[in-house]
Each structure stands twice: as C-alpha cells, then as structure tokens.
Design a protein. Structure first.
Length: 628
C-alpha cells in the first residue's frame, strides 16, 4: 500500500492506488496485486526531507536498515523480511528492473541513483525468486526512475550539521515525440565521528522516443564516491566518547558506470515485449594500514519478457542471461568469472473478483575461479528452480492476499573459496562444501481502505535452508563461508494510516519478529542482526504556517553480527525522533528545516566481535528548492 506523508491534504487515502511493476513485472494497479508492495511516490519524496534512498526506505514496515557510517547511507544494508546477517545478499535492489547488487561481497552503492531522478520506490514484501531470481529471498526493492519528461527544471541546495553540503539538480525536456532527462546529485559530509568524511556524486541521463519497432530507451548512470572511514571501537569507548574514530582510518573510493538500452513493443492489443541490455562497471578501492585492495567488476545482462493479456488472463514468459567478471589485486585471488542463464513463466487469472497468480523459474549459475595469473581454473556449477502461487480476494470490506513461494541465493564471488587464516586472509581454493541458500515462504495479509483510513494486518513465515555464513577452520587450517544452519522467521505487521483531523495525517506501523536458528549447536537462539520489535510512527500537520512532520522509530535490541552463540552483549535498542517543517513560500520555491535525532540519542546499528560502529548524533538541516 502506498504511504502518503504529505499527500493526505491533496487526496483521500482511498484513491491512492499507483501503478506498480514489482508484483508481476507487468504494470498493474497496486490494489490489484496478489502480493504486498509498498510504494513511496514522488510527492512524498519531495516532502520527506530525506537526503537519500536509505532514509526513505527506513520509514516503511517489514524491513530493517543498518547503517555503519551515519545518515548519508554509505554502506547501509536494507533487510526486507528481517533475514539478518549479510542482508545485502538476501534483499534484491534494482533500478528499473536492473539489479544493483554486485557479484562480490560489496554493499549496494545507493549514491549511484540521484534522488531527483526517482519517480517512486516499490518494496515487495515477499520473496521474488520466480520473477527476479538470485538474492530475492527476503524481498525486492525496485527504484523506478521518472518515465517521461515534465518540461521542468528543479534545483535544491541543502546545508547541515557535521559539514553537510548537498546539491540536487534535475532538468527534463520533451523533444518532439521523445523526452530527455538529466539528474545530478552531490553530497559532502564530515560525518558524525571525528576525522572522517564522505563525498558522493551521482549523475543520471535518460532518453526515450517512439520508433517503428517500439519505444526505444537509453539510460546512463554514473557515480563517484570517496570516503575516509573510521574504524569500530569498543563498547566502553563508545560510552565515554561516541565520536571516537578508532585507531586508524580506511580510505575508500568507488566508481560505477551503468548503461541500459531498452525496447518496449506492443503487438496489437494482446501481445507485448520488453527487451533490455544492461552493462555495468564497478571499481572499488580501499587502503588502510594493513593492505591496499582493488576490486573491478563488470557485468553484462540481457533481459527478454513477452506478455499476453486477454480476457482476464495475463501470461509472462521471460529469460535473463548475464556474464560477469570480478578481478582483484588480492593475493591468490586473481579473477572470478560468473555466468547465469534463467527462464521463467508466470500467469495471472482473474475469476470475477478473485485473482490467482502462479509461476516457475529455472536458473543456472557457473563460477570459474582463477587463483593467480596464468593458473588453471576451478569451477562450481549450480542449477536451482523456484515456484510461486498467490491470490487476491475481497474479504470483510477489504482485500485478502496470500501465497506460497520459494526463492534462493547463490554464493557470491567472495563466498566461494577458502581463506588463509594468516594475514592478509588470502583466498586459496574453491570450497566445494558451500551450497546455495533456499527459502520456503508463506504469507497472508488483509488490507482495508476507506475514504479516510487504511488498515493492514499481515504475516510472513520464512524458512531458510543452508544459511551461508563465516566458519573457522572448515578446510584444514583455512577459514571459509559455509552452510551453517537452517532458520525460521515469522513476521507479523500491523499498520494504520488515517486523517484523524483536518489537515492531519498519521501513519503508524509495528513489526513483531521471531527470527531463530533451527538446527545445529545454537538451535533456538535468536538470529544475529534481527530485532524482535520495530515500531515506526509518522505524523504530519498542514496549516497556514506550512507543514510540520514528525517521525519516530523504535528498534529493539539485536545480537551482534555473526554472534550465533550470543557470546557478546546485545546491540542496544534505540528510539530516534526527527522533526521537520517545510513550506511552499512562493511560486516554485520550497523551504524546509529538519532536526534529525531530536533527543541526540547515541546509538549504533552494527557491531561485530564486541566492536561497535556509532551511527548518528543530533543534526540540523536546512534546504531550499526552486522549480523553474
């Protein structure tokens, strides 16, 4: 269901039914989808005061966000479904259906997508193994860019605490029957902790035009990110000096370049096709007192979808092929080549007011590993399949949605081989013991809308087999990633949106999570990096003075990363409040002021082996936006 901070004054909740594609890969009204998909639309993005995608996602139910380096979102992990651990391997992040997750162990570079280029964010709160394949166990975040030009130009400048300076600019123009859009963003911040800094630049350009073969689209994205990152500190140091940067810094730089060529074609009234070719380069470099590491990743992907829509039935046949290569200067880790081929089919059938959707997918992943230049290759090959069955049915004045499905995640490049126990932890050989993770999921949700309110109650039950995680001494004296255990998660979500009074708007949600290890020596223990409860509340009031927005976010304590035996203290729970004001003072001009972390709560989102990464402190932000 769509969120509506800032939208309640313009339209009733009942009419908020945007078009989504992440439910079925075919455009359909959100209310007609057979799975739960949350949507953050453009107007809410404009009025949210958010500086990045991470801040927007953190307002939604059914997911957790863990930041290591503050609110700019550098290296933040988005965990849809509370899968915990290495959540960036278990939640698929896409831009217009093209995945952002790389084949290595790196986190998603959200700064490569300028905020001004986004039309909406779609979050699928269900596994997406059939339609999206690898890494969609917990769910899917699909960043949808603006589909067409609006002949507008927008510029926004922001300043704030900890040296924050940012600029976002966007310009779009119709060119005959085609359109062109260019977006650019630049953000600089010293960071909450001393002797640290972050700088992100992102640029996006898109062109589309009708041709005799269909609508041709060309898009290009690029980003440049440089950071001086602090190290983890002890919990006792955090208590006395939460801004302590640690004993040394890591200098990090990352550049991304992505190009996408697409062709959307309609064949009469029933048939259509979508063809896309995407090429991506990622260059990651880090330097600290121990080593200098370089990773270069290239990936080329070809998508083809063919759809038929007739008499209440929609059928989709699709294929996805990609080849990727990851090279590194790390000792004994020269190159990994990865190839994937997948085919899938799904069908939706409407029966009066009931809709049923079913699908199946088969995907093969081949990895070839070269331990050093000139050496022979080692290989791993896996083929997996997944299936799904879901429905939508009117029920007691609302809509009931439910489904059963399976998903999977292949080991990424850095999970394939053993590591030397001695510094610098050099990769050695392909480890034959590590298998893909698979999941089985059941979900059920009921949503009721009226002219002034929306209520939701939903539940997910996710069983993950062969969870991949770090293991000591798994192959002689070497360490590796291995299949550690099976896990079970149940997530109950309650949500209510309403306009309780004139000009007011409320959005409140509660997630109750039971995430447990099911097998092995730690069976029955809570999974690391999963809270038991998360509460989120948003309030907005419109008046002659402008609009005031209040956000509150509570997260319960979590066990530290890889702490399966609960040997270390928990990451403490925390409640953070944000307060903002914005107003359209003159035609085309918007001013906003936000106080983040109003009570100056000292907290951290991530900890490992007893060392913590402080995330935030109170900050003041002010921005000015001008629409030409």
């Amino acid at each position: 269901m769509a969120t509506a901070f800032g939208c309640a004054h313009a339209q009733s909740i009942q009419t908020l039914d945007p078009v989504v594609v992440t439910a079925s890969k075919i455009e359909e009204p959100q209310g007609q989808a057979t799975v739960l998909v949350d949507v953050i639309e453009r107007q809410e993005i404009d009025e949210s005061g958010a500086a990045n995608i991470i801040e927007l996602l953190d307002r939604l139910p059914g997911l957790n966000v863990a930041r290591q380096y503050g609110r700019m979102g550098l290296d933040a992990a988005v965990d849809v479904g509370y899968l915990g651990g290495s959540s960036h391997h278990r939640t698929l992040i896409m831009v217009d259906g093209v995945r952002l997750n790389d084949i290595d162990d790196g986190t998603v570079i959200f700064g490569s997508v300028p905020l001004s280029s986004i039309e909406r964010l779609e979050v699928r709160r269900a596994g997406g193994g059939v339609l999206f394949g690898d890494r969609a166990l917990g769910g899917v975040v699909n960043i949808i860019t603006k589909p067409k030009a609006d002949n507008a130009a927008v510029a926004e400048a922001k300043i704030g605490s900890f040296g924050l300076k940012s600029f976002n600019g966007s310009i779009s123009r119709e060119m005959g029957e085609g359109s062109t859009q260019i977006d650019i963003s630049r953000s600089i911040q010293d960071g909450f902790r001393r002797d640290s800094s972050q700088a992100q630049t992102g640029i996006s350009a898109r062109f589309s035009a009708p041709t005799q073969l269909g609508v041709l689209g060309v898009s290009m994205r690029g980003s440049d990110e440089n950071a001086r990152l602090p190290q983890s500190i002890s919990a006792s140091t955090f208590q006395t000096d939460s801004r302590n940067p640690g004993s040394y810094r890591t200098s990090s730089s990352r550049q991304t370049r992505t190009g996408v060529l697409s062709l959307e074609t309609a064949y009469g009234e029933s048939w259509s096709s979508s063809l896309r070719f995407a090429s991506e380069d990622i260059d990651r470099r880090s330097i600290d007192i121990y080593s200098s590491n370089v990773y270069e990743t290239k990936r080329n992907t070809l998508f083809a979808d063919f759809a038929r829509q007739v008499k209440g039935n929609t059928s989709l046949l699709g294929a996805e092929v990609f080849e990727a290569q990851s090279q590194s200067n790390r000792l004994n880790r020269n190159r990994v080549d990865q190839k994937s081929t997948a085919v899938y089919v799904s069908t939706e059938q409407a029966f009066a007011n009931t809709k049923v959707m079913a699908g199946i997918r088969s995907q093969e992943m081949v990895n070839e590993f070269s331990p050093s230049a000139g050496a022979g290759t080692q290989a791993s090959r896996e083929r997996l399949s997944s299936w799904s069955l879901s429905f939508r049915q009117p029920f007691i004045g609302g809509v009931l949605r439910g489904g059963l499905q399976t998903s999977f995640a292949f080991p990424n490049a850095d999970q394939l081989y053993t590591f030397s126990s001695a510094s610098p932890y050099a990769p050695q050989n392909i480890y034959p013991g590590v298998e893909p993770m698979t999941s089985r999921e059941a979900q059920l949700g009921w949503v009721r809308r009226t002219e002034t309110s929306m209520s939701e109650i939903s539940a997910r039950r996710i069983v993950v087999s062969d969870e991949i995680g770090f293991k000591l001494d798994c192959d002689g004296l070497d360490d590796c990633n291995d299949n550690l255990y099976d896990t079970l998660r149940t997530v109950l979500t309650l949500r209510h949106q309403r306009s309780p009074w004139t000009g007011g708007y409320l959005d409140a949600s509660a997630d109750f999570i039971n995430a447990a290890i099911e097998t092995g020596s730690n069976a029955g223990r809570q999974l690391p990096m999963t809270p038991s409860r998360v509460f989120k509340v948003g309030l907005m009031q419109k008046g002659n003075f402008g609009r005031v927005s209040f956000q509150a976010h509570f997260r319960a304590p979590m066990y530290q990363s890889v702490d399966d035996s609960h040997a270390y203290p928990k990451i403490p729970g925390r409640t953070v409040y944000d307060l903002g004001w914005f107003d359209d003072m003159y035609s085309g001009i918007r001013v906003s002021v936000w106080v983040r972390n109003l009570t100056d709560k000292k907290y951290y989102e991530f900890a490992q082996y007893g060392s913590v990464a402080p995330a935030d402190g109170r900050s003041l932000e002010a921005s000015l936006q001008y629409r030409f």
